[in-house]
Design a protein around this ligand. Structure first.
Ligand code: SAH
Ligand code: SF4
Ligand code: F3S
Length: 469
C-alpha cells in the first residue's frame, strides 16, 4: 500500500484561513461556489475539497455572484471538457471586476498539464490560485498563501506517491457515496490523458477503506461505489497493507460485503484485461454487490484495440461477458465506447456495432475520439473527418436506443428491488435498480433513501415506469 502522510498542517492552515477570512469579512460567514467536472474520482476529490472549505469556515452558495471564493475542479479527458472551463473562467472576469476581493481558484486534471497552466497564468490574470491533482491536501495552505502573500499561487508539483488520509469530507448527498480505493493509472491507453495528469497507480490501505465503508454504512448511506481507474488492479503494485495482510480486489470486495447493513455495493471502473473469474465469483457470492458491471470495451476491432493499447481482444471480451452472465444471469452490463479512434475505418467501426448487437448492453457512454496532446494517439494519422465520425456516432446511438428499448420492454411485469433516490419535479419517485436502470414510480416522498420492491408497469424508450408494492 502507498504510504500515508497525515500532515497536521492541513488543519492548522485551515484555522489560519478561518482567521484571515473572519478579519476580511468582519465576521460575516464566507461563501464558496465550487463546481466539479469529470469522472466520479474527481467528484470524490471535490467532496474532500468542500470538506476542507467547511473546516475553513465557509458556507456554500449556488451563485457565483454571491461567492467570496470560486473554484472549478477540472477534467482533461476530452477537449470539450476543457473548453467549457475556459468559457466559465473567462466569464468570471466580470464578477471579479464587481468584487475585487473575490478569490478564483482552479484545480484538477486540466491544470496539471503544463501548457494549460501556462495559458491560465498568462491569459487569465484574474485567477488567483491554481493547484494540481497531487497536492489537494495542501489546499488550505495554498489558499492561506494566496490570501496573505499578495501574489498569485501556482502549485503543480508531482506526487511523492503518498496518499493523504486526513482530509475532511463534505459529501454531496446522503444516499449515494463515492469511496476511492486507489488513485492514478498505469495503463497508458494511447488515447488517454489520465495517467499523465493523475500519476502512477497507488492503492489505499485496506484498513482505511474498510473504516470509511463502516462509517458510510453506519451513517445510513445506501449505495456505495468503490472508485479507481482500474479497480481490478487494486493492491497489485503494493499488496501488503498495514495490517500485514495481502490484498487484492476480490478480497476487498468480500471484506466490505461482510459489514452488516442495508446497502448496495458497486465499483468502477473494471478494466477487461484484469477482470478475473475470481472477481466475478466474488461479485456473484457477495450479498450486497449489485449485479451491475461497467466494463468499458472502447471498440470491437482487434486492430484498433491493439492501437489503443487496451491489451485484450474482442474474443477475450466476449468470453468474459459470457462467463459473467453464467455466474450472474441477471447481470446488467454497461460500457464506454470511443468512436473514430485515429485510423479507424468504417469497417472497423462496424465491428463495434456487431459487438454491441451481440452483448446487448443496458446502456453505453459514447464519445467521439478527442486528441489529447502528449498522448501517442494524438500523433497518429486521423484521416476521417469529424462530420463522418458524428455520422457513425448517430448510427451507434440509434442501435443502442433500440437495444435499450427492447431490454426495458422485456422488464415489464417483473419485480425489481429499487433504491428510491429522490422526488422528481413532476412528483414521481426517481428510483434505481441494482442493474443501474432508472424507474419512475408513483409513491410517497417519505420513501426517499430506502429500498423498495416495485413492479415494472411500463417502458417508454429506455425509461421504466413502475408501482411500489
Ligand atoms: N479508466 C477507465 C476510463 C476512464 S476515462 C477505463 O479504462 O475504462 C472514461 C472514458 O472516457 C473512457 O473509458 C473512454 O471511453 C473515454 N475517453 C478517454 N479518453 C478519451 C479521448 N481522448 N477521446 C474520447 N474519449 C475518451
Ligand atoms: Fe485511461 Fe486506460 Fe487508464 Fe482508463 S485504463 S484511465 S482509459 S489509461
Ligand atoms: Fe477527467 Fe481527470 Fe477524471 S481527466 S475523467 S477528471 S481522472
Amino acid at each position: 500500500m502507498a504510504e500515508s502522510t497525515n500532515p497536521a498542517s492541513l488543519h492548522e492552515y485551515s484555522q489560519l484561513v478561518r482567521s484571515v477570512m473572519e478579519a476580511r469579512l468582519e465576521g460575516r460567514t464566507p461563501l464558496a461556489f465550487t463546481h466539479t467536472y469529470g469522472c466520479q474520482g474527481n467528484v470524490s476529490d471535490g467532496e474532500r475539497i468542500n470538506g476542507m472549505l467547511a473546516e475553513m469556515g465557509f458556507d456554500f452558495t449556488d451563485s457565483p455572484e454571491k461567492a467570496d471564493f470560486i473554484l472549478y475542479n477540472t477534467c482533461a479527458v476530452r477537449e470539450h471538457a476543457e473548453d467549457r472551463v475556459f468559457g466559465n473562467v473567462g466569464a468570471l472576469k466580470n464578477i471579479k471586476r464587481r468584487n475585487p476581493n473575490l478569490i478564483i481558484a482552479l484545480c484538477g486534471c486540466m491544470v496539471q498539464q503544463e501548457k494549460i497552466a501556462n495559458k491560465i497564468y498568462s491569459s487569465y490574470p484574474h485567477v488567483n490560485l491554481v493547484f494540481g491533482t497531487h497536492v489537494i491536501n495542501r489546499f488550505p495552505e495554498l489558499l492561506y498563501k494566496t490570501l496573505t502573500g499578495g501574489k498569485r499561487v501556482f502549485e503543480l508539483s508531482q506526487a511523492d506517491n503518498s496518499i493523504c488520509e486526513d482530509m475532511p469530507v463534505r459529501r454531496d448527498g446522503n444516499i449515494k457515496a463515492w469511496l476511492p480505493i486507489m488513485y492514478g493509472c498505469d495503463n497508458f491507453c494511447t488515447y488517454c490523458i489520465v495517467p499523465h495528469v493523475r500519476g502512477r497507480e497507488r492503492s489505499r490501505d485496506a484498513a482505511n477503506i474498510l473504516q470509511e465503508a463502516r462509517e458510510l454504512i453506519a451513517a445510513g448511506y445506501k449505495d456505495i461505489t468503490l472508485l479507481g481507474q482500474n479497480v481490478n488492479s487494486y493492491a497489485v503494485k503494493n499488496a501488503v497493507s498495514s495490517d500485514g495482510e495481502e490484498w487484492n480486489f476480490p478480497k476487498l470486495l468480500r471484506a466490505i460485503d461482510e459489514i452488516d447493513g442495508d446497502y448496495t455495493l458497486r465499483f468502477m471502473t473494471s478494466h477487461p484485461k484484469d477482470c478475473t473469474a475470481e472477481l466475478l465469483t466474488a461479485m456473484a457470492e457477495c450479498k450486497h454487490t449489485a449485479h451491475h458491471l461497467h466494463l468499458p470495451v472502447q471498440c470491437g476491432s482487434n486492430r484498433v484495440l491493439k492501437a489503443m493499447n487496451r491489451r485484450y481482444t474482442r474474443e477475450k471480451y466476449l468470453e468474459l461477458v459470457k462467463l459473467a452472465r453464467k455466474k450472474m444471469p441477471d447481470l446488467s452490463l454497461t460500457s464506454d465506447i470511443i468512436v473514430g479512434f485515429p485510423g479507424e475505418t468504417y469497417e472497423e467501426f462496424c465491428e463495434t456495432l456487431d459487438l454491441i448487437r451481440e452483448v446487448k448492453f443496458t446502456s453505453l457512454f459514447t464519445f467521439i475520439y478527442s486528441p489529447r496532446e502528449g498522448t501517442p494517439a494524438a500523433k497518429m494519422e486521423d484521416p476521417v473527418s469529424h462530420e463522418e465520425k458524428a455520422r457513425w456516432m448517430g448510427e451507434l446511438l440509434k442501435l443502442q436506443e433500440s437495444i435499450s428499448a427492447e431490454r426495458c420492454a422485456s422488464m415489464i411485469g417483473t419485480r425489481q428491488r429499487v433504491l428510491v433516490e429522490n422526488v422528481d419535479s413532476d412528483g414521481m419517485l426517481a428510483c434505481r435498480t441494482g442493474g443501474n436502470v432508472i424507474v419512475k414510480c408513483e409513491g410517497d416522498a417519505s420513501l426517499t433513501g430506502t429500498f423498495a420492491e416495485c413492479e415494472i408497469t411500463s417502458a417508454r424508450n429506455w425509461i421504466l415506469g413502475g408501482k411500489i408494492l
